[in-house]
Write a protein that binds this ligand. Structure first.
Ligand code: BES
Ligand code: MN
Ligand code: ZN
Length: 512
């Protein structure tokens, strides 16, 4: 990740950079005043471009201009933010992702972002600076296994503001840095190809990240999974020579918050999904290293949670498994057990994510009695048929929890949309042969997946994010894994009210 810094004041003559990014709103009349302090050349070049009609500050527009002579800022990238009234952190993030993808950024090392009134004032300024950091980190992110890795390009972004808003800009940059490194961790784990990321390797990476962040990590290997009767995980993983793991990360808020019921996150960690004996056609198997994205998102989110320190515990449970083929593979038609004791009829070995999540969810609810459990999973190709890649399906058993996640997604620009879970859908996973079957009635695949998962959460408020359609960028192969879900989880957890203590006259909070 590039370095993100904050700088004041605007008038400091010693501050310069290869590129200056200037956000411009539709009330652009104040540009000469805003830029005046940055040098004559900057003002002239900008005003000329605007006078010629080459730049119009509607959302997402950008224009590169050059200042004449020797200047603190030889290049200026104008980026449009639209009307101040429509400006939101989610929108600002998008604009800065687009700015980060401008080819000029590959040609510069240092960038200064003008962080003044165009980004708002007070709390809004701070939130928009966070969104800008997040967008720039996202747009400049590159994954490569090349042996001579290039350093991040650009190497350094500094946010240049006025003295009186220095604290706002500083805190915005700081939070942006935490978020961006969590997202980048999730993406880097997810982008690793399956040959370099076995369940054991994913567990090691999670442990390393946990240690760095100050989380407790526990990893259950095969023997422990047998002791825990995780038959779903063991069965799906049985076809692979690389044995499954169950990764558990705990965030503990310290004395004031310990003893409170945690929020549990559960992530699908299929390091590779061949489909098993119901093998996938080659065309759709190619992207299956991304079937661990739910796990990576949850691990990334936990690393940010550790830094942002909410006043209640959070636990993450991640089954890491490979769905492969061998003489030990499970078969369509098999009836298997699960940690919960419920039996599962396997109608399709490619619907494996829900089977490993059944054990993960059961582990989370029975060990931790959480006040809510949220699972994140690349569960169904049907997610794409339902919503394209503009929003991901959200399904749950609790209106309050669903609403919380929906509005968090809206706030951070990770839109999610609720699909129904009516009794008719619930009946679709009934079977005469077992407690539940792992496929639905044919249509509504994402809902069928959720209807299956719901059987394993007891009466805990639960929500499921099916990120199969948004976890990697289909349009731009340079982007790879998107980290979709990290921001949403962090945003919702950080705005969650502290629970009341359990056991006081049996009172429990109603909303999760
Ligand atoms: N990992 C896949 C879902 C997936 C598909 C993720 C495309 C990303 C892109 C999942 O395990 C799967 O194979 N689901 C099946 C379920 C079906 C057999 C009921 C699917 O969606 O076809
Ligand atoms: Mn599958
Ligand atoms: Zn899968």
């Amino acid at each position: 990740m590039p370095a993100f810094l904050s700088h004041t004041p605007l008038t400091d003559e010693s501050v310069g950079a290869d590129l200056l990014i200037v956000p411009v709103t539709s009330s652009a009349g104040d540009l000469p005043r805003r830029l005046g302090r940055l040098g004559r050349g900057v003002v002239d070049a900008t005003i000329r471009a605007i006078d010629l009609g080459d730049f119009e500050p509607s959302t997402g527009r950008k224009l590169l201009v050059h200042s004449r002579g020797f200047e603190r800022f030889p290049r200026i990238l104008l980026v449009g933010l639209g009307a101040p009234a429509d400006r939101t952190p989610a929108g600002v993030r998008k604009v800065f992702i687009a700015a980060a993808k401008d080819p000029v950024l590959e040609n510069v090392d240092s960038v200064v972002v003008l962080s003044d009134s165009a980004l708002g004032s007070g709390r809004e300024l701070s939130q928009n600076v966070t969104a800008a950091v997040d967008g720039l980190a996202h747009g400049t992110y590159r994954w490569s296994a090349a042996t001579t890795p290039k350093g991040p390009r650009p190497g350094r972004f500094a946010f240049l503001g006025e003295t009186r808003t220095a604290a706002r800009v500083e805190s915005g940059v700081e939070r942006g840095r935490v978020l961006a490194s969590a997202v980048s961790l999730a993406r880097t784990l997810a982008n690793e190809p399956a040959n370099r990321m076995s369940p054991a390797q994913l567990a090691d990476r999670a442990r390393t990240a946990a240690k760095k962040a100050g989380l407790t990590a526990r990893v259950l290997g095969k023997a422990a999974l047998v002791r825990e009767r995780c038959e779903g995980i063991l069965t799906v993983g049985g076809g692979s020579a690389r044995e499954p793991r169950l990764i558990v990360l705990e965030y503990d808020p310290g004395a004031s918050g310990s003893g409170l019921a945690p929020i549990a996150l559960v992530g699908k960690g299929l390091v590779f999904d061949t489909g098993g004996l119901n093998i996938k056609p080659g065309s759709s198997m190619g992207e299956m290293k991304f079937d661990k994205c739910g796990a990576c998102v949850v691990i990334g989110a936990m690393s940010a949670i550790a830094e942002l320190a909410p006043p209640f515990p959070v636990v993450a449970v991640v089954p890491a498994v490979e769905n492969s083929i061998s003489g030990e593979s499970y078969r369509p038609g098999d009836v298997i057990g699960s940690r919960s004791g419920k039996t599962i009829e396997v109608l399709n070995t490619d619907a494996e994510g829900r089977i490993v999540l059944a054990d993960g969810l059961d582990y989370a609810v029975t060990k931790y009695s959480p006040r809510a459990v949220i699972d994140v999973a690349t569960l169904t190709g049907a997610a794409y048929h339902a919503l394209g890649d503009h929003a991901c399906p959200l399904i749950g058993n609790d209106d309050g929890l669903v609403e919380r996640l929906h509005s968090a997604g809206e706030a951070v620009g990770e839109p999610v949309w609720r699909l129904p879970l009516w009794d008719a859908y619930r009946r679709d996973v009934d079977t005469p042969n077992a407690d539940v079957r792992n496929t639905g009635a044919g249509g509504a695949g994402s809902i069928a997946g959720a209807a299956f998962l719901e059987r394993f959460v007891g009466d805990v408020p639960w929500a499921h994010l099916d990120i199969a359609n948004v976890s990697r960028d289909r349009r731009d192969p340079k982007i790879g894994a998107t980290g979709f879900g990290v921001r949403l989880l962090v945003e919702s957890l950080m705005s969650w009210p502290r629970p009341r203590r359990r056991g006081r006259a049996g009172r429990r909070t109603k909303r999760p």
